[in-house]
Write a protein that binds this ligand. Structure first.
Ligand SMILES: Cc1cc2nc3c(=O)[nH]c(=O)nc-3n(C[C@H](O)[C@H](O)[C@H](O)COP(=O)(O)O)c2cc1C
Length: 204
């Protein structure tokens, strides 16, 4: 049996809000036939030289490898907003992908990004833009969320045309509301659709 192509959902989450989004994005990918989601996380980083975390995460997905990235048909990255930017662990992981950049492994694959903040105007869009930059350097085709997704018009919390987002509250304990959930799902579904279409066009 041949293995299905997959969209890699690569996220970092300290308190679980971004992880909850990743799970909904993965559900959106898996709502398409002929493709699957692969959920992976990245390790924390520390300013000290000692190891700060176990080799296997206590909860959530296992850590991503460069092979997970190299072989994906599409990529969706998720990070909490930190000072209006992606979190250092995601940036650190991406900074270790030069080998894939050199070989052009991600060129013409679809990509997208999602984020969670504590506050409503706490920098979701700047964070999504910061996450777009390395994806473009890798030659990926960035896909946001079109306004045909009605939840984009109705949301009073997260959700942007640049990618899904979530307002988790100051304690990072607010669940995704229905609009935020739908937009995560739509983002996964769209990237899965593009991944199938772009890989088919490469073969023709
Ligand atoms: C160092 C640091 C910086 C942060 N900066 C912002 C920020 O700029 N805007 C904001 O709304 N929330 C900010 N937050 C809050 C997180 O984005 C928010 O709690 C997020 O939902 C955490 O996601 P997680 O549950 O996946 O870890 C910051 C948190 C930390 C620890």
């Amino acid at each position: 049996m041949t293995e299905l192509p997959y969209v890699l959902v690569l996220y970092y989450s300290r308190h679980g809000a971004t992880r909850a989004m990743a799970e909904q994005v993965a559900a959106g990918i898996e709502s398409r036939r002929g493709i699957q989601a692969r959920l992976r996380t990245v390790p924390s980083v520390s300013a000290t030289c000692d190891a700060v975390a176990p080799d296997i995460p206590d909860h959530g997905a296992i850590y991503a490898t460069l092979d997970d990235l190299r072989d994906c048909a599409g990529l969706i990255i998720g990070s909490p907003t930190r000072f209006g930017n992606m979190a250092a662990p995601m940036k650190y992981f991406l900074d270790g992908t030069s080998e894939l950049w050199l070989s052009g492994a991600l060129i013409d694959k679809p990509a997208s990004a999602f984020t969670s903040t504590s506050s409503l105007h706490g920098g979701q869009e700047t964070t999504l833009m910061s996450m777009l930059l390395p994806l473009l350097h890798h030659g990926m085709v960035y896909a946001g969320i079109p306004y045909s997704e009605m939840a984009l018009l109705h949301t009073t919390r997260g959700g942007t045309p640049y990618g899904a987002s979530h307002v988790a509250g100051t304690a990072s304990d607010q669940p995704l509301d229905e609009n935020e959930r739908q937009l995560c799902h739509a983002q996964g579904n769209r990237v899965a659709h593009l991944a199938l279409a772009l890989s088919a066009s490469k073969e023709s």
